[in-house]
Design a protein around this ligand. Structure first.
Ligand SMILES: [Zn+2]
Length: 297
């Protein structure tokens, strides 16, 4: 009886092992199919209207290979492309969700965005090295509620500024924002004063602040820390301004000049120091840091 039982058990194990192998094989086949589909997925460039394989654009730092259009790039990937390999680590600034105006569906929206983007809020903050120079880096993402600035964004940006101040490190902020976050009303506007005051203190203590304006930098963010840099860089063809062109046209009753509020126009008018394409950003920042800072050990 016992012998029979042991034979039966052995058979059962063999059967389950072969089943497991089948499941693994099936899973691998599906993953392979997904990878092929991903590699062959196409995207259209909004500027030159040509279509390219998504993977080709991705491998070119999310920049169009034909016309140089800068596609949106995720905040953490931007940091990875900028910093020395394995050198960055996120700043520990935890901010809890708040809905001070009890805005309907706000919390669900934030949770859905957190799951989709892998970010806790519209800004990612970290410390990393660029060609051996340590810096505090904050990157806003237009993928998270249009990079709008609420209490959490204001707190994370301020924390990053104060951290740079304490550690005597240079500060680099990449901005991308539609402006203040309407769901938080006046409290989101207060972040303009809060971040600006922190920058002022950092400045008085001799800190170096490099602001990098990316598409789009508008509203309350452009009217606060985005435009308070010691050095202001911008990505090509980024929309930079306070109010949108249509609102201005309606207010002043005049047609606006060609390319109004784009990086190139802003540089011509003294608002931006240099336009830097994405593939030159790392070396440009490294050069500025080299001129102003000591190399960290
Ligand atoms: Zn293009």
């Amino acid at each position: 009886m016992e012998k029979k039982l042991s034979i039966f058990k052995k058979k059962l194990t063999r059967l389950s092992n072969s089943e497991n192998t089948m499941v693994t094989e099936k899973k691998e086949a599906v993953e392979k199919e997904d990878a092929v589909a991903k590699a062959e997925a196409m995207t259209e460039c909004p500027k030159c209207k040509q279509t390219f394989k998504k993977i080709v654009i991705k491998e070119n730092m999310n920049v169009c290979i034909a016309c140089g259009y800068h596609f949106v790039i995720s905040a953490e990937r931007r940091v990875r492309l900028l910093t020395d390999q394995g050198s960055y680590k996120p700043l520990k600034c935890k901010v809890d969700f708040a809905n001070p105006l009890e805005y309907p569906d706000y919390e669900d929206k934030i949770h859905a965005l957190q799951a989709k983007t892998g970010m806790d809020e519209a800004v990612y903050t970290c410390v990393g090295k660029i060609e051996g120079y340590e810096a505090v880096i904050a990157v806003m993402s237009s993928k998270f509620l249009m990079g709008s600035m609420g209490i959490a964004v204001g707190e994370k940006v301020t924390y990053a500024i104060e951290y740079a101040d304490r550690k005597k490190l240079p500060l680099i902020i990449f901005t991308a924002s539609g402006g203040a976050r309407m769901q938080e009303g006046i409290l989101s506007l207060m972040q303009m004063a809060k971040t600006s005051a922190a920058i002022e203190k950092f400045n008085l203590n001799g800190g170096l602040y490099i602001s990098v304006l990316t598409h789009p930098t508008t509203g309350g963010v452009s009217a606060s820390f985005a435009t308070l840099g010691d050095i202001t860089l911008a990505e090509p063809d980024a929309l930079i301004g306070f109010a949108g062109p249509r609102v201005i046209e309606q207010t002043i009753g005049q047609k606006l000049p060609e390319g109004f509020q784009r990086s190139e126009f802003q540089m011509e008018h003294g608002f931006v120091d240099q336009i830097v394409p994405r593939n030159k950003m790392r070396e440009t920042l490294a050069l500025i840091l080299k001129l102003h800072c000591k190399k960290s050990k």
